[in-house]
Ligand binder design. Sequence first.
Ligand code: NA7
Length: 540
Amino acid sequence: MCGIYQLYRLRNLGVDVLLLETGEDVGGTWYWNRYPGARFDSESYTYAYSFSEELRDEWSWSELFAGQSEVRRYIGYVADKFRLRENIRFCSTVTSARYVESDHSWVLQLADGEVFTTRFILTAVGVLSVPSMPELSGLQSFRGHWFHSARWPEGLELAGKRVAVVGTGSSGVQIISEIAGDVRELFVFQRHPSWGAPLNNRPIDAKEMSRIKENYQQIFDRCRLTPGGFIHMPDRRRLSEVPDEERVAFWEELYAQPGFGILLANFLDVATNESANALLSEFAAQKIRQRVHDPILAEKLIPKDHGFGTRRLVLETNYYEVYNRDNVHLVDLLETPIDHITGTSVVTSDREYEVDVIVLATGFDAVTGSFDQIDFAGVKGQKLRNKWAGGPITYLGVQTHGFPNLLFLSGPQAGSGAANLPRGIEDGVNWATDLIKYLREHGYTRIEAQREAEERWVEHVAERLSKTLIGRTKSWFTGYNSNIADRDQPRLLLYMGGNILYRRILADVAAAGYEGFDLQSPPGEKQDEERAVEAAAGGA
Ligand code: NA7
């Protein structure tokens, strides 16, 4: 979504641009995640690009929350409509990138050995792109199918099979809900349950779609006024100001509404105040108890280690009802952890589960994972991997000191990475495009974030995160990952100051001539400071 919009903008600017893509087609997340049940949990029409009125008019969404194949078709349609494929090289994985100071350029090496030289690199590598694999002893010896949820094998038939799903985040929950009715037996291996609430998806008919098309501008304008970039506007009241009866009625209404309203249209303090959040958590827990017939099972599905919405909220479709089926079995890994895998089974501390397929819905090396896949070497050979070993360090989420001309789109610590992605993506891409235009117009060939500027930004990111309950909870949002060494400490991955503030900060920085960045002319030419010193001394 990000890369192809950036390509579109740069090409319109007349820049010589090439987009390198590992996959065989466009789509990013929607190309890779083909598991059954994969779908939006942002409203389809808010996830759409806003930049072309023609595109808005031409494309019709079939559901409020479109499924993966429809989303992929949409992104393909955009690529075709604007003839973007001409500038994309598929099956091209960048393995290393080395900065060349004498030329203000980067040398990129691809996995197939090909080498490119470029002045600027803009990364659009996604926040959840690198699968995180659990260490399960014996997994390699399993004789059935086993794979990560983001690498679902084409054409795999599940009917009549015994299937194990490990992981109950958004991916696991979507898969479980979708396949429960098809498979012979489904074993869900759950470590910590996630909070879930109904997606409340439904079709969009032609009449509704034409209303959406007429109102697209208002929809996008509204999304720009919400902190998260979604359509859902927070309720400005504090929870304590609202009588209990009214509060519960309000929550019932939100629970029945489509999408993220139950979290994002809620009182703002449910995200910052522990007692407000505890009340909401209890409301959601009651819903689980109502939906799952077996009370012991229901308790196992209720998160006890974090409050509602303090990790990624899972929007589900009949997920809890799945556990009322006879062929679905929950295995609580907190009580009976997986010990090993055999050729035909998953063995926990207390018994053996014979299965034909093992699905690892175990998440991703979030936000920085895809940067670690590329060997970035900046000024004097400094490695990005080393600089970010303890977590990312950026200025505005768009650059890091010591790596000139390397710009991140929806990167770590950027508001655009935490928001409803396409809304944030468009803002981030527009800003980067203006920056490239400015550099060209002013004859600058080198841009580098100042160290002090990034120190201030990282402090600000930490300060904003500390104000939220998300910031105090272990999840991929805060950099925890039990499958990767040294990921048991918090990392500053996301900017939680909200879209509105982030956009304002970016605009102010640009208006001040890209404050916090050092800009330079081509090597060999006099730089601004030299000119200023000469001017002050009365020189030319
Ligand atoms: P998530 O949300 O990171 O969920 C991963 C799940 O996998 C989560 O339930 C984990 O349990 C579980 N997990 C991870 N490693 C293990 C091991 N080793 N053993 C057992 N269980 C494990 O990833 P998703 O793909 O579901 O969703 C990613 C994002 O996609 C989501 O946030 C949306 O933005 C869309 P844990 O909680 O760590 O105990």
